[in-house]
Design a protein around this ligand. Structure first.
Ligand code: GLP
Length: 256
């Protein structure tokens, strides 16, 4: 099964396309269950959804959301927490019911129980209709890092040095960067009925090509999405650089 990908001129165009996919889902089913992501990549998508809410009346009042992950140790009011990120960029600016917002707790009393409860809550809500994903430079999705194995269920994870380094730009001191997180597992993600993965910028070009054209391997956790029946990959030109080069080469070879 090959993954379908679409290239947009730039980040803004990719973000508008991603928001349009989410809006179609929400309009088709008012009580949609959305899996949401953080990182710099979906910010433009969220801005566009806020605009659609304000200008086109896109209604989130019955929408349920489950976020992918949260740093361990950060309270929701910490500006670097993913909870804070979500309220700042999206939830605080649309008519979502706070009761329908779910983000793994960064300070659970009992981590294992909290993880189990998170998966159960997703199941009880009927499963995720549409899961939004970014991709880490090392191929992680959520915080499912490259390793010898992948965990299927929501779990506590030690972040790789690469991810800690990539996240350091958001923190004022290196020792403040969390070294572990709670993340949906790949099984939780793969159960979503539709997956929408976004990637932007040249520093993602290599991992995007490995996700789509490489073998399915735990070294590139996102490559497992090759086995999902409905994945939409939206890229800007920079992130699609290697894929487009590979395609041009294949065409030249076919003609020769
Ligand atoms: C973080 C998040 C991921 C996200 C990734 C990429 O580690 N846990 O969900 O996809 O970073 O972030 P960015 O979009 O900023 O490149």
């Amino acid at each position: 099964m090959s993954m379908k990908w679409t290239v947009y001129r730039d980040y803004a165009a990719m973000s508008r396309a991603a928001a349009a996919v989410i809006a179609v889902q929400v309009r088709a089913k008012a009580a949609s269950v959305l899996g949401l992501a953080t990182g710099s990549t979906p910010i433009g998508t969220y801005q566009e959804l806020v605009r659609m809410h304000r200008e086109d009346g896109l209604d989130f009042s019955l929408v349920n959301t489950y976020n992918l992950d949260e740093y361990l140790g950060l309270p929701p009011d910490n500006p670097q927490s993913y909870s804070h990120f979500m309220w700042h960029h999206l939830f605080g600016q649309i008519n979502i019911d706070p009761e329908r917002v779910h983000i793994p707790s960064g300070q659970p009393e009992d981590v294992n129980r909290a993880c189990r409860d998170y998966d159960r809550a997703i199941e009880a809500a009927g499963g995720i209709d549409l899961q939004l994903l970014g991709i880490g430079r090392n191929g992680h999705i959520g915080f499912n890092e490259p390793d010898f194995y992948l965990r299927t269920e929501t779990h506590l994870v030690a972040l790789t040095e690469d991810t800690i380094a990539a996240n350091a730009r958001f923190f004022s001191r290196p020792e403040e960067v969390p070294r572990s997180a709670i993340t949906m597992g790949v099984g939780t993600i793969m159960k979503a009925r539709h997956i929408l993965l976004l990637a932007s910028g040249a520093d993602k070009a290599d991992v995007v090509a490995r996700m789509i054209e490489g073998p399915v391997t735990t070294e590139v956790p996102a490559s497992i999405l090759q086995m999902h029946p409905q994945v939409t990959v939206l890229l800007d030109e920079a992130a699609a650089g290697i894929l487009m080069e590979d395609e041009r080469r294949r065409r030249r070879e076919d003609q020769a």
